[in-house]
Design a protein around this ligand. Structure first.
Ligand SMILES: O=C(O)[C@H]1O[C@H](OP(=O)(O)OP(=O)(O)OC[C@H]2O[C@@H](n3ccc(=O)[nH]c3=O)[C@H](O)[C@@H]2O)[C@H](O)[C@@H](O)[C@@H]1O
Length: 353
C-alpha cells in the first residue's frame, strides 16, 4: 500500500517537472522574440530554397519564422529546425488573411510558390495566387512593420528568351495563354506589385530572378530534371528526355543561391537582379550523362535514355548574365555542377536507403 502511494508521488513529481520544463522553455522562447535581435519571416520555408535559407539565417543569429502550407514543401525539411530555439513554424497559406501579432519584423523573404512545372501544371490556381495575392499580402505585412521585402522572382519571367544570355533589361518572350503562364505571368505580376508598393508606399523591396537551382532537400517527386534523373537512376527506371535533349539550363547549387539572396536583402538595390550560375550551362542530354556517370561512381548502373514529346512552351535555352549581381552584390557562384550533384545524389541515396 505504502509503496503504491510512493509510486504515485513519483509519477506526479515527474509530470509536474515536465510541465515546468515545458513552461520555462516556452517563456525563454518568448523572451527571445522581444529581444533586440532581427526577426525575419521566410515564406515557403519547407521548400528547397526556404529551408536552406532559414538554416543560414539561424546561423547568422536571426529569429526566424518559417511559413508554409506544405502543398509542395516537405515537413522533414524543417522538422529539425523546429527543435531549435529561434525557429517558429507557421503552418498556413501565404494568401490567407493574417492577424500576424509580430511585435517586430525586419525582413520578409517571400519564396512560397509551387516551382516545378509538374507542380504548377497541377495547381495553376495555387501558383498564381501565391505570387499575386500572396505577394500583396506580404507587401501589406511589410508595410505594417516597416519590414524589407524580398520577392523570389524567376528566370521564367524571360519565357523562351530570344537573347542569350539573359540580362535584367530583357523584357522576355512569354506566352500569356499556355500551361506555364500561371507561373511565368504571376512571377511577372509579383514583380509589378513590388514596383507599385515601392512607388506608392515607399516599401523597401528586393527582387531576385532565380535561375535553375538544385540541392539536397529537393522533393524526390518534384518533377524537375535533376531530381527526376537522380531518382530514375536510384530506382533503376528509364530516363525520359522531353524533346531532343538539346535544350539548355544553367544550374546553380543551393548554397550559392542562399548566399546571393542574403547579400541582395542587405544591399540597397531595389531593381530586379539575376541569381544564377552562368558557368554551368548544359543541355539536358549532357545532364543525364553526367548524372549517370556520378551514380556509376557509387555503384548504381546506368539506365536507358528515352526521348518523348517536348513540353509546350519549354524554353529552348537559359543562361543568366550576372554582371549586375557581381557588381552590386560582389556575388558569383562558387560550387561546380558536379560537386553540387555529388551532394544531391548522396542526399537522395541516404533518403532511399
Ligand atoms: O529549377 C528551377 O529553378 C526552375 O525549374 C523550372 O523550370 P525548368 O527549367 O523547366 O525546369 P525543369 O523541369 O528542371 O526542366 C529543365 C529541362 O529538362 C527537361 N526535363 C525535365 C524533367 C525530365 O524528366 N526530363 C526532361 O527532359 C525539361 O523539359 C526542360 O527542358 C521552373 O519553371 C522554374 O521556375 C524554376 O526556377
Amino acid at each position: 500500500m505504502l509503496a503504491r502511494i510512493r509510486h504515485k508521488h513519483y509519477i506526479i513529481l515527474l509530470v509536474s517537472s515536465c510541465v515546468l520544463i515545458y513552461l520555462i522553455y516556452n517563456t525563454l522562447k518568448y523572451d527571445i522574440v522581444t529581444s533586440d535581435r532581427s526577426v525575419v519571416l521566410v515564406t515557403g520555408a519547407a521548400g528547397l530554397v526556404g529551408s536552406h535559407l532559414c538554416e543560414e539565417l539561424l546561423k547568422r543569429n536571426y529569429i526566424v519564422y518559417g511559413l508554409d502550407n506544405l502543398s509542395t514543401g516537405q515537413i522533414r525539411n524543417i522538422n529539425w529546425l523546429n527543435s531549435l530555439r529561434d525557429f517558429y513554424f507557421v503552418n498556413r497559406d501565404v494568401t490567407d488573411k493574417w492577424e500576424d501579432g509580430f511585435t517586430r519584423l525586419d525582413e520578409i523573404y517571400h519564396m512560397a510558390s509551387p516551382a516545378s512545372p509538374k507542380a504548377y501544371f497541377k495547381d495553376p490556381i495555387g501558383t498564381y495566387r501565391a505570387n499575386t495575392i500572396g505577394t500583396e499580402s506580404m507587401i501589406e505585412l511589410a508595410g505594417r512593420h516597416s519590414a524589407r521585402l524580398l520577392f523570389a522572382s524567376s528566370s521564367e519571367v524571360y519565357g523562351d528568351p530570344l537573347t542569350h544570355p539573359q540580362t535584367e533589361i530583357y523584357w522576355g518572350n512569354v506566352n500569356p495563354y499556355g500551361p506555364r503562364a500561371c507561373y511565368d505571368e504571376s512571377k511577372r505580376m509579383g514583380e509589378t506589385l513590388c514596383f507599385i508598393a515601392q512607388q506608392l508606399y515607399g516599401t523597401e523591396i528586393r527582387i531576385a530572378r532565380i535561375f535553375n537551382t538544385f540541392g539536397p532537400r529537393m522533393h524526390p517527386e518534384d518533377g524537375r530534371v535533376i531530381s527526376n534523373f537522380i531518382m530514375n537512376g536510384i530506382k533503376g527506371d528509364d530516363i525520359f528526355i522531353y524533346g531532343d535533349g538539346m535544350k539548355t539550363r544553367s544550374f546553380m547549387y543551393i548554397s550559392d543561391l542562399v548566399d546571393g539572396l542574403i547579400r541582395l536583402m542587405a544591399s540597397n538595390n531595389s531593381s530586379p537582379i539575376n541569381l544564377g550560375n552562368p558557368y554551368e550551362e548544359h543541355n539536358v542530354l549532357k545532364v543525364a550523362k553526367i548524372i549517370q556517370e556520378l551514380l556509376a561512381e557509387r555503384g548504381i548502373a546506368r539506365t536507358r535514355i528515352n526521348y518523348i514529346q517536348a513540353l509546350q512552351d519549354d524554353p529552348t535555352k537559359r543562361k543568366p548574365d550576372i554582371s549586375k549581381a557581381e557588381e552590386l552584390l560582389d556575388w558569383r557562384p562558387t560550387v561546380s555542377f558536379e560537386d553540387g550533384l555529388r551532394k544531391t545524389i548522396d542526399y537522395f541515396i541516404e533518403l532511399y536507403k
